[in-house]
Design a protein around this ligand. Sequence first.
Ligand SMILES: [Zn+2]
Length: 393
Amino acid sequence: MRRIDNTRLFALCALLVSIAQFDRSLAFGASRLEAFKQRLRSRRHANTPHTLNTDEYLSYDGMLDYLEELSDAYSQRVLLQDVGVTYENRTLKTITITNGDGRAGKKAIFVAAGAHAREWLTPVAALYAVEQLVVNYELHAHLLKDYDWTILPLVNPDGYTYSRTVDKWWRNTRSPNGGNCFGTNINRNYDIGWQHGYEELTDPCHDHYAGSEPFSEPETRAVRDIMLDLVRSGRAVMFISLHSHHTSVFYPWVYKDSPADNAQELRAVAQVGAEAMRKATGTVFTYEQVGLTDTFGGTSLDYAYSIGFPLSYALELSGERHGDTFDFWPPTALLKELADESWVGISAMAEKAMEFYPQNGSKSAASHISSSYSLANIMKILLLLAVISLCSR
Ligand SMILES: [Zn+2]
């Protein structure tokens, strides 16, 4: 038998070791990544920086400060935009959250809160959603893979500030209507079935007042413009307007009793949200088309749906806990718990929406992984061919 020379034997061994190592290094790479993620998660849970303060109801300025803080700390994934100015000259600010991969044209979810001034829990819930998507990104990366989120945590800062400092039952904007009457109900001011429904919509002294004309309020126009922008760029999928305290997920139509074209889809997403919240906390949320029991015009959910958001909702948060009712102002000790409940609903609805409206032509995570493994297989085949050619000489 011919002696294999030492050089060739050494090369053969090196190649065989390489093949064995190749799979191991892939496996080690994956486990290192997972361990890193776990460390990151546990550190975040132990002492999370940039946590939303839920020990008190934030002022309008306090909310802006939190948005600025996140924008500074997570500039790669967060964009703040001034989208309008209120009657009393307060800036309306949105936060758009991405996963930072730079891919433009992703589908979008738009969440707006605090349209009704006295519903203090709703901006807390919106900011909590922001915190989950930005600070706890690792837990929610799947919600940002093919989607961007735009959140307007406080639609009506004039009314909110008035409610906090003068009259906590205040509901509307603060624009003058003549005489001694102020304010328009933002959620009756959209150009969809405007003024349709009941008498108070035309009473400038009533908290149902629909305004002097559709979009009379700068706050309503700001929300409209965000919606139109998302629709025109083909990105609009779901709009959620946060309200309290009906404990419901409402969907279109509101201004008429006929069903929406995709009523089954609208209902399926609402149901998923309601059931997720009930499972998490026991709170029973109803889900229904509003117009079947009560019809009135001018709402943001009807407007968003009418211009091209296939999924559009008013999520009415809870007004009671452990048998105690608290109307629009839950005790601050419950804020985190209630905001978390709303996030359970919002995130479940988002997952269902993404199922109905997946990103066109995007690569799934699974196909990414399988392509890297097929690369590994090609490398192994090449190494084996080298071994065979060495042995056959
Ligand atoms: Zn409301």
